[in-house]
Write a protein that binds this ligand. Structure first.
Ligand code: HEC
Ligand code: HEC
Length: 367
């Protein structure tokens, strides 16, 4: 922060002193990441590179909380603290699974980048995903245009219904999930607090509440500060990497707020070297969801079947299969340096204490 104040023109010093006051993040840790700048008056200082990448479609997570809320909130189910807290509990509750062992957090672990770190996800009865699919991160998934590797789900509320019922994941059923939740009076109370006394606790509402919680899992990074007007938020090396990222054409697909999140043809220019691992071929038009590159250093292994374990290899494989170009070790290292600047500040998550089961709660099914 100090360095920034010195480098920045005098008119902006007060701004950064303001921003710099917050030396502690909400989880109590001293923040090592630059605080997002709270204003747009810095636009005048946006350097050429920021202007250029904004011009070709990259977008920052807004620093302004109201603007961010406009992008992330579901207008039909607006944010309240009661709903977010309930959604968090459900996200962490393994009793939504048949075995009562597996929660959303098992595969989308919020402590480890929102992923499980496995090539193919492992769910109920230690079953690997039948298509050998890797668990994508839930962080920033609200910014994806659609959900799942083949984009078959339009939004998080719809998406959350899938894994609870899927046999290789949580292997539960609508009926069992409703019974488990309704058998726990403390949960019923929380639903009333969130949605009013007349609330009908249904499987769909449970999924919607989990989706609402996921909408809060946004991680702003130094890259966002850079695009929001702080030209010193990225180092010279990171800027060089960003420039290469744009020059090579990565931004054709890794664009928008999530540097991804849309659907694109996969391996049109060359054959993916692990194409035959699993039977995933994309959607009916061979389109694959472009994964977000935010927090990429925390979300290995990469690609739909998790066969690529290093960022460098992912970059070079991308060059080959998507751009028909060989990316040198040196260039890959520069791009990787930029990609690591996308590691964002995670929202503080207090691990929830879940309400106790009762005699009426259906027991775990582990056979
Ligand atoms: C057994 C591991 C497992 C569990 C449990 C699980 N997921 Fe997933 N999740 C996956 C896998 C694998 C995919 C990709 C599947 C596909 O594309 O067909 C996925 C995809 C997603 C996506 C889409 C992200 C994107 O970028 O496309 C979201 C969001 C998500 N899961 C949220 C949840 C929620 C919420 C729960 C709990 C209700 C949950 N998951 C439970 C493994 C799991
Ligand atoms: C034509 C569209 C397109 C272009 C251009 C492109 N990508 Fe990708 N990228 C994708 C798709 C689609 C995937 C997912 C592939 C899969 O899962 O098998 C992906 C995956 C990745 C991944 C792995 C992410 C993860 O979490 O699994 C990285 C890293 C990546 N791309 C970086 C780059 C870089 C760097 C460039 C430029 C050199 C680039 N991409 C160019 C579409 C593209």
């Amino acid at each position: 922060m100090k360095i920034k104040s010195i480098v920045f023109s005098a008119g902006l010093i007060s701004l950064f002193i303001l921003a710099g006051c917050k030396e502690k993040s909400s989880d109590g840790n001293v923040s090592t990441i630059a605080e997002p700048t709270k204003t747009v008056t810095a636009t005048a200082l946006i350097d050429e590179l920021a202007k250029r990448v904004l011009g070709i479609g990259l977008k920052p997570i807004p620093a302004n909380p109201d603007e961010l809320k406009k992008l992330t909130e579901d207008v039909n189910n607006t944010f309240t603290e009661a709903k977010i807290e309930l959604g968090k509990k459900l996200y962490f509750d393994p009793r939504l699974s048949q075995s009562s062992l597996i929660s959303c957090n098992t595969c989308h672990n919020l402590a480890t980048g929102g992923v499980d770190g496995l090539e193919a996800a492992i769910g109920d009865k230690w079953t690997a995903n039948p298509h050998y699919l890797n668990s994508p991160t839930v962080y920033n998934s609200v910014f994806n245009k659609s959900q799942f590797w083949d984009g078959r789900s339009p939004h998080l509320e719809d998406q959350a219904q899938g894994p609870m019922q899927a046999s290789p994941e949580m292997a539960s059923s609508k009926g069992l999930i409703e019974q488990r939740v309704i058998s726990i009076p403390a949960y019923v109370e929380e639903f009333k607090k969130a949605y009013g006394d007349d609330v009908k606790i249904t499987f769909e509402l449970i999924a919607r509440t989990i989706g609402l919680f996921e909408r809060t899992l946004v991680t702003s990074s130094r890259f966002d500060d850079f695009l929001n007007g702080d030209s010193n938020a990225l180092s010279a090396e990171e800027k060089e990497g960003l420039k290469l990222f744009a020059d090579k054409g990565c931004t054709t697909c890794h664009t928008g707020i999530n540097l991804g999140g849309g659907m694109q043809i996969f391996d049109a220019q060359g054959i993916y070297k692990y194409k035959n691992v699993g039977d995933f071929k994309g959607n009916a038009n061979n389109m694959v969801k472009v994964p977000t590159l935010r927090n990429i250093e925390e979300t290995a292994p990469y690609f739909h079947n998790g066969k690529i374990w290093t960022i460098k290899e992912a970059i070079q494989e991308m060059g080959k299969v998507q751009l028909n170009t060989q990316i040198s070790d040196e260039d890959a290292a520069k791009i990787e340096t930029f990609l690591r600047s996308l590691t964002g500040k995670k929202p503080a998550i207090t691990y929830p204490v879940l309400p106790a089961s009762t005699q009426k709660t259906p027991q775990p099914i582990v056979k």
